[in-house]
Design a protein around this ligand. Sequence first.
Ligand SMILES: [Zn+2]
Length: 451
Amino acid sequence: MIRFTISRLIFILSLSMPLEPTIPVVLDTLATADDLRHVSAGQFLRSLTDLEYTELRKEQTNGLQQDATRFKCPMCNCSIYVRSSKNGLRHFAHPKGKGENCPWRSESGDDLREIDSTRFANKQESRAHKQLKNLLVEILKTDAAYREVSIEKVISKNGFWRKPDVCCINQHGEVIAFDIQLSTTHMRYIVERENFYKVNGIRYVWIAGSDETTLERQAFKDIYMSNDGQILSINGICSQQAKDNNIAHFCLFSLRPYFNGNSISCRWEKAIINREQINWGRPGDIPYCWSIPSFDDAMKNAVDIRGFGYLRSNLFEAVSKGDDVSAQDAWDQMATRVGGLKWNQLPEGAPTKCIGSILSVALNKKHVVCNFADDDILQIANTILLEGKNRRGWTHLFETVAMAVDSYVLNAATCQRKIERNKKTEDDLMQKIGPVFDAFFHWGAMRRLSR
Ligand SMILES: [Zn+2]
């Protein structure tokens, strides 16, 4: 019965999209239940935050080589990848040479090699690339901590090789590789390079051009969304500072939350930092700047600086006591200040309990009225939040908070199954709740960035 419905659905969808052939429905190979295997592609891709979208793009691209992507084309059972069209529409597509006879194969633009061969077609970009390479070499050479600074030196490991734009050896004798990130570099190359350096224990740094207006492009997003909103760049000031102080300087672009009138928004902040402000991690890591707060902490600060922190305390105290009236009061006051759904617009599944359950996960201690033990967060999540039908809209929000605090509940199979089920079948509150949630729950704010 289910199969019949799905094939009808696929048929109807394929008829309704004759102009631009894309893949309207995809097969989720990880789904545990039959009725979860077919996923509406557009709806699913739209529901992802920028970070989740980047992660999915990486995951799908990674799976292409072994023809083992999580999501496949249900028509030809072929591995597919994810990309954005010129007007920003997210969609799945067949790679070159795969699914040649598939009715859902689009006719143009599937050739990854073609895309990257256009890399230097634009002479201006090629010149900018060369200038940045030279500037980076200049900066690294001022610093006694770095030696053997070279341009396009081949690094070969275990039969594979890469040629980073610039590389050098640090004071501990370890290699650091740098690539200049161009707005046209394709996801496949980003993933391949990051994997190569990670597997071979080499620190890897992307350097963007100095023009922040280009950072909205997907190629940059694919990098900074998985690095807490950070991306390094270089400019003449970095070079001057490096020469004056004999220590390498970089320009840090970081995505920062701030109050925009009566709402929360994000903007780029630019800071000149030196190499000591960078956590270089272990070999194989992608370095990041430690001297600024994480995006999530910056979200909390943005709320506190405006003097709204007391509303957070009020809400948390109210949900812990099961006091609906005070909870509603705190919530609505915050919603008035930052925007978002009001209390009476929330689903009728006892919001006090839902918010209390999410808070319990965030703080790893019971903050909701119930009979479970103080530390039995898994039962609280499973029974109070994830089970009730009219509470399932909170699932996506619950998951991002749990991921941000690295909660153990996410490892429980029972919890995973309910999350998968709820995310696919219910209305998603994350898409519509607005900044009011971020103002109360800074945990996971980076992951919720683009709702
Ligand atoms: Zn296909």
